[in-house]
Design a protein around this ligand. Structure first.
Ligand code: PEP
Ligand code: MN
Length: 352
């Protein structure tokens, strides 16, 4: 890895010498540049992330700037062109926008099949729905588990929409992969490294949601776990982060979209439902997400939000979802991602 070590203004000669000695001991070649303001040391050596922290703790060091990003397989340095991830007939990361929609949780066969038909006719490209729910409270509805997966597969059969659903436990990865087209790693599990390694061993595309308090770098490192495990089909999902603001459930960090595009070749979608927690804010933030360059959206839709077993407050009715689609299509068209030319919508309809 390549590092730039920026010394403090007042760093002593002794501190500079000690730093260079330590770098050499670690196996780095060093290049010293003494400026009027500051001394900077360039160093090329072994790829050992812990060295960055060790060097940062030395006397006289202001900051360490790693030149090679720690995420290699997920980084643009490794893969300059953007990646497209295929989920059944749907391509995520190509020009057309991809919209995933459905209830927070699969509540029953009738409920899911109805919503699946409704979101499909509104123009969604994929069906979402949780069978294993990571609920904050152990007393809340935990999901229908395998029965929920069976219902999701039935909805795919009936509508042709590929299914994305969450897996919360490493021991369930194989089971969920038997039913789902895409495995979702939820925000609460973004740094469940055992789970990341397990989905890395499968051939199923993975939707990796951003952790509630994860930095962009930590999020990309989580993606790195999956890719380095052998599964390159990773799509990132911004779903809001914890801040001091309480008006919204989370603060939707739309600047993460261009940041991900800058650092990584992976597709990134946005979930304005968990990102805001309030249905009234979902469509405006969906429009903004598309304008910011998101490759797609994940939206919670329920035929009767007032009766939903989870996340009713942030769920759109099918009618409001239809409106969302119409509005984001206009934005998509304005930035050259014509959603009406969406390969997926057309292909799914044609292949049924
Ligand atoms: C979900 O999408 O069902 C979900 C639980 O979201 P998150 O993991 O982002 O909270
Ligand atoms: Mn939810």
């Amino acid at each position: 890895m390549t590092l730039i070590v920026v010394m403090e203004h007042q760093a002593s000669q002794g501190a500079v010498d000690a730093l260079i000695a330590r770098l050499r001991e670690m196996g780095f070649d060093t290049h010293l540049s003494v400026g009027v303001e500051r001394t900077i040391i360039g160093a090329i050596g072994p790829k050992r992330p812990e060295y960055i922290q060790q060097l940062g703790a030395m006397a006289g060091v202001d900051r360490i700037v790693p030149i090679l990003q720690p995420f290699k397989l997920a980084g643009r340095e490794f893969h300059a062109e953007g990646t497209a991830v295929q989920v059944g007939a749907v391509t995520i990361g190509a020009e057309p926008l991809v919209v995933m929609a459905g209830p927070c949780a699969v509540e029953g066969e009738e409920q899911l099949l109805k919503i699946a038909r409704e979101i499909k006719s509104a123009g969604a490209h994929m069906l979402r729905g949780g069978a294993f729910k990571p609920r904050t409270s152990p007393y809340s509805f935990q999901g229908l588990e395998e029965e929920g997966l069976r219902i999701l597969a039935l909805a795919r059969e009936q509508t042709g929409l590929p299914v994305v659903t969450e897996v919360v436990n490493p021991r369930d990865v194989e089971l969920v992969a038997q039913y789902a087209d895409m495995l979702q790693i939820g925000a609460r599990n973004m740094q469940n490294f055992t789970l990341l390694k397990e989905v890395g061993k499968t051939q199923k595309p993975v939707l990796l949601k951003r952790g509630l308090s994860a930095t962009v770098e930590e999020w990309l490192m989580a993606a790195e776990y999956i890719i380095s495990g052998g599964n390159e089909d990773v799509v990132l999902c911004e779903r809001g982060i914890r801040t001091y603001e309480t008006e919204t459930r989370n603060t939707l960090d739309l600047s993460a979209v261009p940041a991900i595009k800058h650092y990584s070749h992976l597709p990134v979608i946005v979930d304005p439902s968990h990102g805001t927690g309030r249905w009234r804010y979902v469509t405006p933030m969906a429009r903004a997400a598309v304008a910011a360059g998101a490759d797609g959206l994940m939206v919670e839709v329920h035929s009767e939000p007032e009766k939903a077993l989870s996340d009713g407050a942030q769920s759109l009715t099918p009618k409001n979802f239809q409106q969302l689609i119409e509005e984001v299509e206009k934005i998509a068209e304005a930035i050259g991602r014509d959603a009406r030319q969406n390969v997926i919508g057309v292909q799914v309809n044609e292949t049924q």
